[in-house]
Design a protein around this ligand. Sequence first.
Ligand SMILES: *[C@@H]1O[C@H](CO)[C@@H](O)[C@H](O)[C@H]1NC(C)=O
Ligand SMILES: *[C@@H]1O[C@H](CO)[C@@H](O)[C@H](O)[C@H]1NC(C)=O
Ligand SMILES: *[C@@H]1O[C@H](CO)[C@@H](O)[C@H](O)[C@H]1NC(C)=O
Ligand SMILES: *[C@@H]1O[C@H](CO)[C@@H](O)[C@H](O)[C@H]1NC(C)=O
Ligand SMILES: *[C@@H]1O[C@H](CO)[C@@H](O)[C@H](O)[C@H]1NC(C)=O
Length: 466
Amino acid sequence: MKVIERLLLLSFVTAVTPGPHYRRRNNSDYLVNKLCSVREHIRGHCEPTHFKLTCRKGFADEWLNGIKHEISHLHVIEWPGKCLNVGQIQEHFPNLKSLEIINSTVLHSFKENFKATSKIENLTVHGLTSLWEIPPEIVENMKELRIIDLRGNMLRHIKAGLLRGPKLQRVYLSDNKWDCSDGGLDWLAMERDNNTLRKRIIDYYDLMCHQQLYRGKPLHKVMDIIWKIRHTCPMPCACTMTHVVSDAAGTVIPLITVDCAGRELNLPPANLPPSTTTLRLENNKINTIRSIIQNREYQKLADLYLDNNSISAVKELEGSEWFTTFRVLSLRGNMLKQIPVYAFDKAFQANNNIMHVFLGRNPWRCDCHFIPRFQSLLLKYKRVIRDLADIRCSKSSDKTTSLMQISTMPLGHVCSNNDIEMPISPINIVNLVLFGLILLIMGRFFYDWHNFKTTGKLPWLSSILP
Ligand SMILES: *[C@@H]1O[C@H](CO)[C@@H](O)[C@H](O)[C@H]1NC(C)=O
Ligand SMILES: *[C@@H]1O[C@H](CO)[C@@H](O)[C@H](O)[C@H]1NC(C)=O
Ligand SMILES: *[C@@H]1O[C@H](CO)[C@@H](O)[C@H](O)[C@H]1NC(C)=O
Ligand SMILES: *[C@@H]1O[C@H](CO)[C@@H](O)[C@H](O)[C@H]1NC(C)=O
Ligand SMILES: *[C@@H]1O[C@H](CO)[C@@H](O)[C@H](O)[C@H]1NC(C)=O
């Protein structure tokens, strides 16, 4: 399918390049040129009525002999060729005011362009089920053109040049296969600032998008979204729509990716287009996530990529609302030595959206204080933390830990027996306190007992009891 598209496009491009160009090209071009002569289709059937000529399935020989000054209206119906040479049509019918090309299902390209001497006012093209695009050069020189009617073809794109005619008043474009998703119509979205060309499209509000992402969505709504994204996209970044959803009321909601990767940024952008879901900040110079976590505009962000920055701490994530709703967080290639393990555990547990977390290629601190807890976090969420193999201790002179993979590392490597540096947990504190109390009570008991033995005096407590 892709190949066929390319071929169509290719033949299209070559077919519409103006005449003199071909002399500099080689034989295969000459062949295309020769193939697109109106003389190839002279077995058609033509019916004249006064100044009007209707030809079906090609021309009849007699109408291509000489120049027919008297014809002002020409209908070309069911043209049998893949290509139609409009330069030759203008030569044979120099006084045309109206040209209609109808129901020609194999016709997908035009050859040559209308010249400045064209008197055509109305140009109508209907029912060309192979026609994807009309290059603006074809009509660019037409000084008298007033109406272009392109309804009912397979058009995907249109260029601004097609709408620029000095006398052009009305353009009809509905019932085509507009592709709003690949940027080919973005100029139309920008026309909102300067309504000159868009106003000529009479049926603008009837146009529908047909391809990919926007299939079945009204074109004008998509153009409004494209306009809005262009006007809210933060400065060095690029914004693209990755999905569109419609809510129950039919409102078209775009999901936007803002790509600020590799832009030498010290800070993330202060503003994001509404409904940005993905922010790419890889390969910048960002050293804190504070402005991300505290910015209200970032609350709806699902996926945040911060690879290859200089972030050394992520304390700010602790207790942040965003941390319990995000979907993807990548902190690969930063300067993290440790993270607040307990806060991560709590947030991951509460987060129902979480899909991927990346923590690899950071200089993790490998000591007995951090590693046991960090390792159990990594293992507990190993389905979410996707780059366990890259989460390694920082490089050091200690051969037992240097660049060791943390999730599989034996804890003995960081917590050796004679170097117990175990953190004192709350339960241990309670135990110590109780142990102390027991020692105190036993001491007191032995003291009292000894006292009684030597002096016969009862302890103070026993002496006041009845
Ligand atoms: C003509 O040009 C085409 C590409 O435009 C090339 O593939 C082909 O080999 C050329 N043929 C000759 C005879 O030079
Ligand atoms: C062009 O089309 C308009 C509207 O359909 C019509 O009024 C006008 O007469 C046409 N002009 C020519 C030269 O056919
Ligand atoms: C073009 O085709 C359509 C549908 O097949 C038909 O209704 C219409 O009459 C045709 N137009 C001409 C001028 O033949
Ligand atoms: C609109 O844009 C066209 C070309 O893009 C320019 O020539 C024209 O001056 C603009 N008009 C306004 C009102 O900005
Ligand atoms: C980050 O840097 C590493 C090493 O320079 C490179 O391999 C990787 O592709 C970078 N990541 C991104 C997302 O560009």
